[in-house]
Design a protein around this ligand. Structure first.
Ligand SMILES: NC(=O)C1=CN([C@@H]2O[C@H](COP(=O)(O)OP(=O)(O)OC[C@H]3O[C@@H](n4cnc5c(N)ncnc54)[C@H](OP(=O)(O)O)[C@@H]3O)[C@@H](O)[C@H]2O)C=CC1
Ligand SMILES: C=C(O[C@H]1[C@H](O)[C@@H](CO)O[C@H](OP(=O)(O)OP(=O)(O)OC[C@H]2O[C@@H](n3ccc(=O)[nH]c3=O)[C@H](O)[C@@H]2O)[C@@H]1NC(C)=O)C(=O)O
Length: 463
């Protein structure tokens, strides 16, 4: 068996110690190490022999790795794993370091098909403290990899959470036990006739990166989703949308791993059951791991190009037109994406870095009945309202501003002074404190208007 080797970096960017050709932390050889991992006793497990587990300051498992490497050439991976396990010496004093790499097969992109990482810091745009005790990272999305028993078992376990870009989560707990993330991020495009372009995008691809790369080629379809954080895999979960475009508008299919039935399943748009900020994948929580998304873009502008119906967009496009001296119909998808980017940057904190942290819109825009909307409009005649399927949508940002909470601050937590639907974290708050702050906003809106806001991001608790 040819063994894949890979240098692994500490998420903070520090290369792990060790000399060339020597066993390193986070630099291991192809084994079924996940199986070892599941069998090995935890240092804190009562009544278990701690023999074989390193204590802080102990030497890393050089001897064990040498023995494993010697044996790897002439035994199966499973046997080698066991051999290594018998002699393995684990460090328990290196929290935050990548401690284990599994590479039963190399994926097409040269990376190990999957990897196990321990004490993995979970970046999130709210910048709340969070880590996963153990994370499975998938670099390869083939059925062979997903059906590997250790992978399929991990995915079938209800305690395993899917983590992605961290832009739509509130970590109510600083540590989750088990997680999985899709790192595979390739995409392909093929011409489908009449200027149509069909994309197949792996779930780990950043949504904004995809928008930039496709608009740069002059393709129309997802330019309004520019500057949105998160991954393509997370996008169908909540049917991400902005400025009049929802991902469902361009989705041809969503390919998933059925965590329960342990097989790949592909859904056409109807079967995805998309609605405002929701889908069957969100409703059937814990069942689906989204692997790939099929999107249809176009080399030709749509009839109503450029879309300017959304409040604020028309003015911004007209400003672009005056600045460039070109007709507004001449705006390219990439230029339109830049216009949207400027609008978003004026309203929302930068999700790429720095403070304050935020998760974009913190509440759903409530959809109320015609009757309720009428009642509210009697009291607030200028209330913005948008007829939608199922009722009338009222901007939650307007409700929060109307009850006087825009710019309200409580220690490190604030309602944005630029956009009332955005809650900000200025550093030092815990997840529960943040949720309590959100609850005070919710409570105030309910008290004054009678409308119960629903939290939009996913709340992550330990399970
Ligand atoms: N419109 C806007 O302006 C904004 C939109 N967003 C959108 O919010 C979403 C968050 O994205 P991101 O930061 O990457 O995700 P997150 O890391 O915030 O994950 C959010 C939840 O989505 C689920 N999830 C994520 N990826 C997958 C997958 N491949 N398969 C199955 N479930 C998955 C998980 O649910 P579970 O735990 O239940 O498994 C997870 O808890 C994106 O759609 C992003 O575009 C975010 C900010 C602003
Ligand atoms: C940021 C997110 O998505 C955003 C998305 O970017 C934008 C643009 O399409 O539209 C939604 O926000 P939104 O409804 O607040 O949109 P905006 O255009 O900013 O505001 C709508 C209206 O709310 C009112 N408003 C907003 C903010 C404020 O401080 N005060 C106020 O009165 C205004 O009437 C404004 O016209 C999405 N949010 C939801 C929950 O649907 C996200 O999901 O995280």
């Amino acid at each position: 068996m040819r063994l894949a080797r890979r240098r692994v970096r500490y998420p903070g960017g520090v290369r792990l110690p060790g000399r060339r050709g020597q066993a390193r932390w986070g630099y291991h050889h192809a084994t079924v190490a996940a199986e070892i991992d599941q069998r090995r006793p935890r240092p804190d497990e009562p009544g278990r022999d701690r023999g074989g587990i390193d204590h802080p300051g102990d030497h890393p498992r050089r001897g064990a790795d040498r023995a494993a490497r010697r044996s790897l050439g002439r035994t199966s991976g499973r046997r080698a794993a066991r051999l290594r396990w018998r002699g393995a010496r684990w460090s328990s004093g290196h929290r935050g370091r990548v401690r284990e790499v599994t590479s039963p097969a190399s994926s097409g992109n040269g990376r190990p098909a999957f990897e196990w990482v321990e004490s993995y810091p979970l970046t999130n745009t709210l910048r709340l403290p969070a880590s996963a005790e153990r994370l499975l990272r998938l670099n390869d999305l083939s059925e062979a990899t997903l059906a590997t028993p250790v992978v399929a078992d991990w995915l079938a376990d209800a305690a395993t959470r899917v983590v992605a870009g961290g832009s739509n989560v509130v970590f109510a707990t600083p540590a989750i036990a088990q997680a999985v993330s899709v790192a595979a991020d390739d995409w392909t495009a093929s011409a489908a006739g009449d200027g149509r372009i069909d994309l197949s995008v792996e779930a780990g691809k950043g949504l904004d990166a995809l928008v930039r790369e496709t608009t740069a080629r002059g393709w129309f379809g997802i330019e309004a989703l520019a500057e949105i954080p998160g991954t393509v895999g997370a996008a169908p979960m909540q049917n991400v949308g902005a400025y009049g475009t929802e991902i469902s508008d361009v989705t041809r299919w969503v390919e998933t791993w059925d965590r329960r039935e342990r097989r790949i399943r592909r859904f056409d748009p109807d079967a995805c059951d998309f609605s405002y900020r929701s889908s069957r994948f969100k409703r059937e929580a814990g069942r689906w791991l989204i692997l790939r998304v099929g999107l249809r873009l176009s080399t030709q502008a749509p009839a109503d190009w450029p879309p300017v119906d959304y409040p604020g967009v028309e003015e911004a496009v007209d400003r672009w037109s005056r600045r460039t001296g070109r007709e507004r119909e001449a705006i390219s998808p990439a230029e339109y994406a830049e216009v949207i980017t400027a609008i978003r940057r004026a309203k929302l904190p930068d999700w790429r870095e720095g403070w304050p942290g935020s998760a974009g819109s913190f509440f759903h825009n409530p959809i109320v009945s015609e009757h309720v909307a009428e009642r509210l409009a009697l009291r607030w005649p200028g209330m913005p309202r948008f007829p939608v399927v199922g009722g009338v949508k009222i901007p939650a940002g307007w409700l929060i501003e109307t009850v006087g909470m825009k710019g309200y601050r409580d220690g490190p937590m604030a309602v944005s002074a630029r956009h009332a639907l955005v809650l900000e974290h200025h550093g030092g708050a815990t997840g529960p404190e943040f949720l309590q702050f959100a609850e005070s906003v919710r409570h105030r809106v309910a008290e004054v208007t009678g409308i119960e806001l629903a939290i939009e991001p996913e709340c992550v608790t330990r399970r």
